[in-house]
Write a protein that binds this ligand. Structure first.
Ligand code: R5P
Length: 284
């Protein structure tokens, strides 16, 4: 039976159809002091598949409750699917005295599950923080699907070298185009400096591809450096459309025609579902 965290209800429903497995009735409640209480039905002898993107501290807590609840309700096996792993970008102690937050949350999640799957983690190494090691699912290829079929001599750019694989995956799935990447230095959470690539973009449509769009700073800076190069249409694609604060405004002001993301995070920009890729991993 599939159990959805409150953040991933649409994806869990799609996965339930893909796998032809029932979707559990879950209730998400809160006590007057703000504490959460998630409840599940009877799971005696069942295998539970929990689907929950941990996009907030509340979502993390709710997932831990759901894991505990299905065990209490008799589940004999628990698989946890983290379509988006929150705190995954904090994969190191960047200054002394700081935690390795990705490891801390991975340890907590590991205690309540037999298996963990996650979609396009920020760094593959975070999978090793789970016990047993989390399985990583690559769904980036699907990001080619919502792109217009008439892209003009397209260039698929990534905002830094770390995301060039994603840009190549989307280009390969699209079936045409060149790839390149910018150099990025992050000064603060919202202040990033992008050094342009020297790829020719005049008159060509550009698709900037990244794993996450959070504040939109990276994408809008990347597009700004293309500003005076007579670029054609500009699209942005990402696996995880976190889109916090004024991200939509930043991207619109940067001249983006459309934002395409997946449903690892359920947003207006979630144009494609990762459910088929998750279903394939679960049935291998
Ligand atoms: C960081 O390296 C990631 O790949 C993304 O570039 C980053 O998380 C995007 O964040 P923001 O939209 O806040 O610039």
């Amino acid at each position: 039976m599939i159990v959805s965290g409150s953040t991933s209800q649409s994806l869990a429903a799609t996965l339930s159809r893909e796998l032809e497995k029932p979707l559990a009735a879950v209730s998400y409640d809160r006590f007057p002091d703000g504490e959460r209480l998630a409840s599940v039905p009877d799971f005696e002898g069942e295998r539970a598949i929990l689907v929950a993107s941990t996009t907030s501290s509340d979502a993390h807590l709710e997932l831990l409750q759901l894991q505990d609840a299905v065990r209490e309700a008799g589940a004999e096996h628990v698989t946890t699917v983290l379509p988006y792993m929150g705190y995954g970008r904090q994969d190191a102690a960047f200054e002394s005295g700081q935690p390795i937050s990705a490891r801390a949350v991975a340890r907590a999640i590991s205690t309540g599950t037999d298996r963990v799957l996650t979609v396009t983690p920020h760094e593959e190494a975070v999978c090793d923080f789970f016990e047993p090691t989390a399985e990583s699912i690559d769904a980036a290829g699907r990001l080619a699907e919502p792109l217009p079929t008439d892209l003009e001599d397209p260039v698929f750019l990534s905002p830094d070298a770390g995301a060039i694989d994603l840009a190549e995956t989307v280009r390969d799935a699209y079936g045409a185009g060149e790839t390149d990447y910018f150099e990025k230095v992050r000064h603060t959470g919202t202040d990033v400096e992008i050094t342009p690539s020297d790829v020719a973009v005049a008159g060509r449509d550009v698709v900037v591809v990244d794993d996450i769009i959070a504040t939109g700073s990276t994408m809008s800076e990347a597009i700004a450096v293309l500003g005076n190069r007579d670029v054609g249409r500009v699209f942005v694609s990402c696996v995880h459309p976190l889109l916090v604060r004024d991200a939509y405004t930043k991207l619109a002001r940067a001249g983006v025609e459309a934002i395409y993301g997946t449903d690892t995070i359920e947003r207006e920009a979630s144009a494609v579902s990762v459910a088929p890729a998750i279903a394939e991993s679960l049935t291998e």
